[in-house]
Design a protein around this ligand. Sequence first.
Ligand SMILES: Cc1cc2nc3c(=O)[nH]c(=O)nc-3n(C[C@H](O)[C@H](O)[C@H](O)COP(=O)(O)O)c2cc1C
Length: 190
Amino acid sequence: MLKKILILSGSPKKAGNTAQLVKWFRQGAKAKGAQVEVVNTAFLKYKSTGCTSCRQCQKIEKYECVINDEAKPVLAKMAFVDVIVMATPLYFYSASAQLKLIMDRMFSLYKWDNLADTMATPLSGKTFVLLASAFEDIGLDTLEKSFAITADYSGMKFQSLLVPDAGESGEIKKVKGARKKAIELGKKVA
Ligand SMILES: Cc1cc2nc3c(=O)[nH]c(=O)nc-3n(C[C@H](O)[C@H](O)[C@H](O)COP(=O)(O)O)c2cc1C
């Protein structure tokens, strides 16, 4: 079965290092025949600044965010793909705010029953991939850990590619091995 891959890219730079990482990863995945969709979360039109913690998603049956904006169908789609990829530049040792705007709304992809002490999510069984670029190799491990914990909590397999030494836009092309590793990871998860 050909894999469906959804890539959420969180850089405000349309042709920066994160975009390049996504391009290489996509190239690898497409070579294996995967169906790949890329959404740049920096350019969606939002009705809220991230998750409002309204908890309305917990009162409906569907795994959907109740906020009606351009992020809503993207979030809903996450439940129906095989692989979810999040690509981000390292911003103050964490993911970019542009990515977090949508990531926190993944709250709608879980149903918690506090009385029964249970959690259900359609994310279970999928693969979660983190692609990240940074100026230096400080904090990428912290970023990776938060994504790995999220994957583990959700029952998803986790893969990552962290690329330091990419400061200026396009500098990632000069980082030895980055292109190959990104293409290979795309092939691996496809
Ligand atoms: C707001 C901001 C915060 C950043 N914080 C860090 C940081 O904490 N550590 C780091 O190594 N690089 C940091 N950088 C550099 C970017 O992570 C790096 O240049 C990245 O490759 C940019 O990707 P892009 O071209 O897709 O925007 C920061 C850049 C910006 C604009």
